[in-house]
Design a binder for this molecule. Structure first.
Ligand SMILES: NC(=O)c1ccc[n+]([C@@H]2O[C@H](COP(=O)([O-])OP(=O)(O)OC[C@H]3O[C@@H](n4cnc5c(N)ncnc54)[C@H](O)[C@@H]3O)[C@@H](O)[C@H]2O)c1
Length: 270
């Protein structure tokens, strides 16, 4: 029997990258999943791959109506909601507040906070009653940028620290019924896109020149991380059998950024 047999999860941003790896892993462990994503082809791919186990909603996670529809679909199709996983996100490609025009900064702030923070709040609000009823759990996708500088520019870093704050506050507000935790991936080869307001919508993280070397050289384990590398952390947090006493915590899945040396990056490197 799978770890999540009989359970239902909503994954926002589950059409690509880390969210897609979470959907695949959860379904493999017996869960049913509703996926909210703004890219229609990604939803069709998922439905094709997983048949009745996955139901998709094409919509914008920064809107209340899309989140409401996704939760409604979970209850209607599968009769319950046990877990909310938020994986929606965009990156700022190191945009600098020093060089952005003030009106660009205004628009970029709005866009990144809407996608990276507000969408997580809306999803939590929409799922609230169903999760309280099921004694469920919430897992937010944070980042190395929720802890350390230079994983993006100040817009991205601020948005990811905000999500880290949300883990703590929501873990408090939803106790004792619902556990709330985060997973903080390090740099991972995905389609993570840039900000529309800065003309970066065509950029994809995994296509950045030299990205694999940059990733490998940046963490003590010298890893180039793939989305699947993080799925186990989400599985652990989603399973009440494995983690029923765990709330308000973050699992850092980043190749050991917190144990970087000062003189040398890692002990075994000369
Ligand atoms: N890739 C990395 O290096 C990395 C590192 C740390 C944290 N993260 C975080 O992981 C999360 C997942 O990103 P990823 O790297 O897998 O990127 P990705 O682009 O491959 O996946 C994100 C998914 O979210 C969807 N999405 C974006 N905006 C949306 C919206 N408004 N409404 C609905 N769906 C929307 C996209 O269509 C996409 O399918 C993000 O929160 C990101 O900040 C990524």
């Amino acid at each position: 029997m799978g770890l999540l047999e009989g359970r239902t999860t909503l994954v926002t941003g589950g059409g690509s990258g880390i969210g897609r790896a979470v959907v695949d892993a959860f379904v493999h462990e017996g869960a049913r999943a509703v996926v909210l994503d703004v890219v229609a082809e990604r939803i069709s791919d998922l439905e094709q791959a997983h048949g009745d186990q996955v139901a998709g909603v094409v919509g914008d996670a920064t809107t209340w109506s899309a989140n409401q529809s996704a939760v409604a679909l979970a209850l209607e199709r599968y009769g319950r909601l046990d877990c909310l996983v938020c994986c929606v996100g965009i990156w700022d490609y190191f945009a600098s507040i020093q060089t952005l025009e003030p009106d660009q900064l205004d628009a970029a702030f709005q866009e990144i906070m809407d996608v990276n923070v507000k969408s997580y709040m809306l999803a939590t609000k929409a799922a609230w009653d169903a999760l309280v009823e099921s004694n469920g759990s919430v897992i937010y996708t944070l980042s190395n940028s929720s802890f350390y500088p230079n994983g993006g520019g100040p817009l991205y870093i601020a948005s990811k620290w905000a999500t880290r704050g949300l883990v703590i506050e929501m873990a408090f507000e939803l106790a004792p019924r619902v556990r709330v935790n985060g997973v903080a991936p390090g740099g991972t080869l995905t389609n993570l896109r840039g900000l529309r307001s800065l003309g970066q919508e065509g950029l994809r993280l995994r296509e950045t020149p030299g990205i694999e070397d940059l990733m490998r050289q940046g963490n003590p384990l010298q890893l180039v991380l793939n989305p699947e590398d993080h799925a186990g952390a989400y599985l652990y947090l989603a399973s009440p059998e494995l983690s029923r006493g765990v709330t308000g915590t973050v699992i850092n899945s980043d190749g050991g950024l917190g144990v970087r040396g000062i003189a040398r990056l890692a002990g075994l490197l000369t």
